[in-house]
Ligand binder design. Structure first.
Ligand code: CAA
Length: 240
């Protein structure tokens, strides 16, 4: 029987590429989405991947949603915490709402999704948790105090939880993408975008499929000795 993989924000952008790459690798995949019913329905029609709607910022909704996925498909053995939003503004203009929305989705969402799934992974002595952080959680970014704090938090979360999962056969890792060719880039002014691309040594944006292949590797049995790691995929823009 194929393993069940759950991808948050899995019907668009990087998440859609991860969902389809996992399906192509033989997993039974479920994808969550927060708002865009039309895009999710089109994604299911195109790929055959089931989509489920809930807000990862709500612990109760995550617990109920995960229970539904597990009733439909079986226990979740691979969790990809991909759902993420931006609410960019220079700090002096950043509102408490912009701070809270980003923290709720990008950091608390990772707790809310992982916590209900964790006991089952411990019992079964197998699990793969992959969280999508960002280059901007590693280096900081003008106008992203909220986003950088949440994405750096995801890395700390991962390093701590990896220690707890190690003896139970559960690996916990981060992929930290650089600037990837998705709809999220549309919020960046063109002039700023030109400067960003000029600062990427490979001379281009990344492709969502390149992030997806990294996730598929971390989910595989071959990656069993990799845990607590952050794998950067950023075209050389920031080297740790
Ligand atoms: N470094 C230094 N200064 C910068 C800057 C930077 N990176 N970006 C903008 N500025 C400066 C501008 O030059 C301008 O300065 P002046 O006032 O002296 O002209 C000032 O900041 C802009 O101030 P505004 O009050 O006009 O800013 P605004 O309220 O209109 O906000 C912005 C504009 C939100 C900063 C906009 O420029 C923007 O979106 N920038 C891109 C931020 C970014 O890179 N976000 C990453 C999104 S991609 C992502 O998040 C995915 C991922 O994981 C990689």
């Amino acid at each position: 029987m194929s393993r069940v993989a759950l991808v948050t924000g899995g019907s668009r952008g990087i998440g859609a590429a991860i969902s389809t790459a996992l399906k192509d690798a033989g997993y039974t995949v479920a994808a969550t989405y927060a708002g865009n019913d039309e895009k999710a329905a089109a994604f299911t029609a195109e790929t055959g991947i089931k989509t489920y709607k809930w807000d990862v910022g709500s612990y109760e909704d995550c617990a109920a949603g995960i229970a539904k996925v597990e009733a439909d498909l079986g226990p979740v053995e691979v969790l990809v915490n991909n759902a993420g939003i931006t609410r960019d503004a220079p700090f002096h203009k950043m509102s408490p709402t912009q701070w809270k929305e980003v923290m709720d989705t990008n950091l608390s969402g990772v707790f809310n999704m992982t916590h209900p799934i964790w006991p089952g992974m411990r019992e079964r002595k197998f699990g793969r948790i992959v969280t999508i952080s960002s280059i901007n959680g590693q280096k900081g970014q003008f106008a992203q105090v909220n986003y950088a704090a949440a994405k750096a938090g995801d890395i700390g979360f991962t390093k701590a939880l990896a220690q707890e999962g190690a003896r139970a056969g559960i690996t916990v890792n981060v992929v930290a993408p650089g600037y990837i060719n998705t709809e999220m880039m549309a919020t960046i002014p063109e002039k700023v975008m030109d400067q960003i691309v000029a600062g990427i040594p490979v001379g281009r944006l990344g492709e969502a499929a390149e992030i997806a292949r990294t996730v598929v590797f971390l989910a595989s049995d071959d990656a069993g000795f990799i845990t607590g790691s952050t794998i950067s995929a950023n075209g050389g823009q920031y080297m740790l």
